[in-house]
Design a protein around this ligand. Structure first.
Ligand SMILES: [Fe+2]
Length: 176
């Protein structure tokens, strides 16, 4: 008699595809990762980022951005879309009438130019950003004055982590 084996709770049985990237788990991103440590990569005296995934081959990155000053942070144009989840504090764009507060999700479409503003009462803002493509920093008339993308993020992280003697294995896990 043929007795059928119940496979409903079995894990996937076949090999994964060739050339697949390794998976990644970063525990405690919303607790331990928010602490002030030397994994934050400073981009200025008051602004730093902590990378979660720097995906060079797909041209995007996911990072926590931390800002410890109020006022205009930057005016920039996006070549790809951006998804933002506010972890702490609040911010808005001068071009919009909405405010991204703690717990808010925001979507920024490709092609948009806007000016990020942190209100004066906010001493620290932390937001999880998923950024496709690049930022072009512009003046109010749209003239380009700088840029940032996954490659500039990788360079900044490599430089900071080598100065801080941080184990390169972490960066090898998060750079693809
Ligand atoms: Fe933006």
């Amino acid at each position: 008699m043929n007795k059928e084996i119940d496979m409903s709770t079995a894990p996937y049985q076949l090999p994964q595809p060739n050339y697949m990237s390794p998976d990644l788990i970063l525990p405690n991103v919303l607790s331990e990762w928010l602490k002030d440590d030397n994994f934050w990569v400073p981009t200025s005296k008051f602004v730093s980022f902590k990378p979660l995934l720097l995906h060079a081959s797909s041209g995007y990155y996911i990072n926590l951005l931390r800002v410890r000053k109020s006022g205009i942070l930057s005016r920039h144009r996006h070549s790809g879309d951006v998804q933002a989840l506010v972890i702490k504090g609040k911010w808005y764009y001068l071009e919009h009438d909405w405010i991204a507060e703690e717990g808010s999700f925001a979507y920024e479409p490709p092609g948009e130019t806007h000016t990020l503003y942190v209100p004066t009462e906010v001493s620290e803002m932390i937001t999880l950003f998923t950024v496709k493509g690049g930022y072009t920093y512009v003046d109010p008339k749209g003239r380009a004055i700088g840029y940032e993308d996954v490659f500039t993020k990788i360079e900044a992280a490599l430089e900071h982590y080598s100065n801080e003697n941080i184990d390169e294995n972490l960066l090898k896990k998060i750079i693809r």
